[in-house]
Design a protein around this ligand. Structure first.
Ligand SMILES: [Zn+2]
Length: 765
């Protein structure tokens, strides 16, 4: 039998075994699967959810900015449990004078930077719900109790499984001046023409969710953790000044009674158009601004299978619309904006709505609702079913900065995207912000990239999260933190989860497996209430990729990615051929560094004794170590005769071996993505899965074998792992020049469009 050559013995640093935690399954962290939610992440065979149907009559008093409402709620108990009381949310109570949300704010004197800040803190406004009465369907008074932002209605008869209860609530409240007290809902007052623009949401007592996860989700509304609401059908009548234009969740039932013949014609045109058609023009809106009608009109809306209802109303509204088809659904995309939003709004809003509906449908589920609306509302971005309120206002002269443009694009894509998360894939926002914001920001990124090539997305690409993850750990919370207790809200609940999903898609799972699994999650949980475990489990279940280590590191931890190339050792095989090896030795010896004394002696000593006296040099002095003798040749021939031909080929193949050691400095395990550049200039990328760290979480080594010599190595060359320190990612270490600026540039006071106006002026003169 021929002998196989032993090449190397690679030892993994001889590390002692440590507790391997990073790849442990999430058994303790995730809830036990049950009949409501399966271990595969799907709704279980006994999954249930409650239903809340609303009939509402609303009216805005434009003279006093009050909203009056009456609602009849029919609540259906699909749970297996008997309910003795019902919980409703009173979101407006965050504006009540003694609201907790103000009291629990941590403050320092330095937060008061201006008189405006003080005014805002001391602002008195009689906000919050005024509940007039709560009655049964037949008109009997019901007992109820208000605990801050929560309302409990006590039932005379317990609500049995499969039964429903109908009751009525009458209420009103003072609408908040959004510019003065903030808020997601409220009014904006336009001093110039003395008109109001109302964006009204979270405006009626809304049923809480009751389910297998939280029981009643009646955690108080403190202002940040948003909502979770049961699905239901809405029938809503909104009475407003007769010259107001209303946009709302659902489909308007009585355009005939409201719009002019000309406007109805334009609306019909828009339903067939694939680019925006103006239904109410700027001229018509300006006319209404000046006329200020006193009479009222009632708009009637219906919406089915939605978790909430919101609307906007103003005589300032310009209104345009176009149609978009997704799957079998035709969706009417619409925008409502005051003239102050132009030229940005007329040019972009509805086109962005249509693009968002189309792109999200591709990556998630087909948009199921008949309309999708974007309303211009200064500063904010806030989402409700089928309708959202978005900022992005140009200067009074009609110019705008590039930042304003991208801000407007981004917020419209984001808020329209929220139709999918959490309006349809209805996660519990009061508990988990990332489940809607993170997932939504991820698809927002995909949508932005399909809107404009190289779109400068704020969030999504891995390298954009590195600064945050490198930061002080005292100011970083795990993604799996309750909404109210999160440090650095935007980075934590929007940026990091969106980035994590991007990394799964581009690096860990690959686009095909990721896109499939993500769609499975969306299909499974559309019109249902998913939890984090349902998401984590589905992504694994549909892809056969064990992601527990990834969820553990990215969602339950605060470690960052920082992998370093510590050392590179280069090996070639000894061929055993004396001719080859001696020539190699000769070359190596010749290339060795020369000692300075020897160099100088070459000229300073004319002749040494042995150079003058031939009798000095003996056998050793005359021996040539670089030549091969007959005996060596004979031994090599014997070696050849005993060695397998394949082994000989390998020995003489001139293979280059690189043993590279890596450290996990940041703690978050990730794949090793290595780009090797060879002496001849060619490149090769090798991807090593994160599981290389499964035994040794701090240090690993790996041997790479090539036909050519390597001249340089880069780790994470495509910026896809969010590595927070790129200085230890290269071999040999690279120094990049920085342009040191002596003359600091001054902050521009005008936007580039305004500057261009001055350039044009200059040309004229
Ligand atoms: Zn959002």
């Amino acid at each position: 039998m021929k002998k196989h050559l032993l090449l190397f013995v690679v030892t993994a640093f001889g590390l002692t075994l440590q507790a391997q935690k990073k790849f442990a399954q999430l058994d303790q962290e995730l809830p036990t699967p049950n009949e409501y939610r399966t271990a595969s992440g799907a709704p279980g065979h006994h999954y249930y959810q409650q239903k809340a149907d609303y009939v509402m009559k609303l009216s805005i008093d434009d003279a006093t900015q009050k909203l009056y409402g009456w609602e009849r709620i029919t609540y259906t108990n699909n749970s297996p449990d008997q309910l003795d009381y019902l919980w409703l949310q009173l979101d407006q109570n965050v504006f009540s004078v003694n609201s907790d949300s103000k009291l629990i704010e941590v403050e320092k004197m330095e937060d008061f930077k201006s008189l405006g800040d003080i005014r805002k803190k001391q602002f008195y406004y009689d906000g919050g719900f005024k509940i007039d009465e709560i009655k049964t369907a037949s008109g009997q008074k019901m007992t109820y109790s208000i605990n801050k932002t929560m309302l409990r209605i006590d039932l005379d008869q317990p609500l049995l499984p499969k039964a429903s209860v109908t009751f009525q609530v009458k209420w009103w409240y003072n609408i908040n001046d959004r510019m003065a007290v903030g808020g997601r809902s409220g009014y904006e007052y336009f001093e110039k023409d003395q008109n109001y623009l109302y964006t009204i949401a979270q405006f009626f007592p809304r049923m809480c969710v009751y389910n297998d996860v939280t029981g009643w989700q009646n955690k108080q509304f403190l202002g940040r953790g948003e909502f979770t609401l049961p699905f239901g059908d809405y029938d809503v009548q909104i009475t407003v000044p007769a010259d107001h234009i209303v946009g709302a969740t659902g489909v308007c039932q009585n355009y005939d009674a409201i719009l002019s013949a000309e406007q109805k014609k334009r609306l019909e045109q828009a339903k067939k158009a694939d680019s925006p058609v103006i239904i109410v023009t700027q001229d018509e809106a300006i006319k209404a601004e000046n006329a200020k009608e006193k009479a009222t009109k009632t708009w009637h809306y219906k919406a089915s299978n939605v978790r909430d209802f919101a609307f906007a109303s103003s005589r300032k509204f310009i209104w345009d619309a176009q149609s978009v088809t997704v799957g079998k659904n035709k969706v009417l995309c619409m925008s409502y904006y005051p003239k102050e939003g132009n030229p940005l709004w007329e040019r972009y809003s509805t086109k962005l709505v249509a693009h968002t509906i189309k792109t999200y449908s591709k990556y998630t589920i087909d948009y199921p609702y008949p309309v999708a609306i974007s309303v211009h509302s200064k500063w904010i971005g806030m989402e409700y079913p089928m309708i959202c309120f978005n900022g992005g206002r140009p200067e009074a002269d009609g110019t705008y900065s590039e930042q304003e443009k991208y801000g407007m694009w981004g917020v419209i894509i984001h808020e329209v995207g929220h139709n999918f998360f959490p309006m349809i894939i209805n996660s519990d926002e009061r508990q988990w912000t990332w489940m809607d914001e993170g997932l939504n920001t991820f698809v927002q990124y995909l949508t932005e990239q399909e809107w404009e090539r190289g779109y400068p997305s704020r969030r999504g690409p891995a390298y954009l999260i590195a600064d945050y993850m490198r930061g002080d750990k005292k100011t970083i919370s795990p993604i799996m933190t309750n909404s109210e207790s999160i440090f650095q809200f935007g980075n934590n609940a929007y940026g990091k989860p969106a980035t994590a999903l991007n990394i799964l898609r581009e690096t860990i799972m690959g686009r095909e497996l990721f896109d499939y699994a993500f769609k499975v999650y969306c299909e499974r949980w559309k019109f249902k209430h998913p939890t984090p475990a349902d998401f984590f489990r589905t992504m694994e279940d549909a892809s056969a990729v064990d992601l527990d280590w990834f969820w553990r590191g990215w969602f339950y931890g605060t470690d960052n990615v920082d992998i370093s190339i510590d050392e590179v050792k280069w090996f070639q095989l000894n061929t055993q051929n004396p001719e080859v090896e001696k020539a190699f030795k000769k070359e190596q010896d010749a290339a060795k560094d020369k000692f300075i004394g020897d160099e100088r002696n070459k000229t300073s000593i004319d002749k040494t004794v042995n150079e003058k006296d031939a009798s000095i040099d003996d056998f050793y002095a005359k021996r040539n170590l670089y030549t091969t003798d007959a005996l060596e040749r004979k031994e090599y021939e014997e070696f050849i005769s005993k060695t397998d031909i394949k082994d000989l080929e390998l020995l003489n193949g001139n293979k280059q071996f690189y043993e590279i050691s890596f450290s996990n400095v940041g703690g978050l395990v990730m794949p090793l993505i290595l780009e090797f550049t060879f002496a001849d200039g060619s490149k090769e990328v090798v991807r090593v899965p994160a599981e290389i760290w499964r035994m040794y979480e701090d240090k690993v080594s790996k041997v790479f074998i090539f036909d050519k010599a390597v001249s340089s190595i880069r780790l994470d060359p495509f910026l896809e792992t969010a590595d927070t320190d790129l200085r230890n990612n290269s071999w040999p270490q690279e120094a990049q020049p920085t342009r040191y600026q002596l003359f600091k540039q001054q902050q521009a006071k005008e936007n580039p469009m305004q500057r261009q106006k001055r350039v044009d002026e200059l040309k004229k003169n």
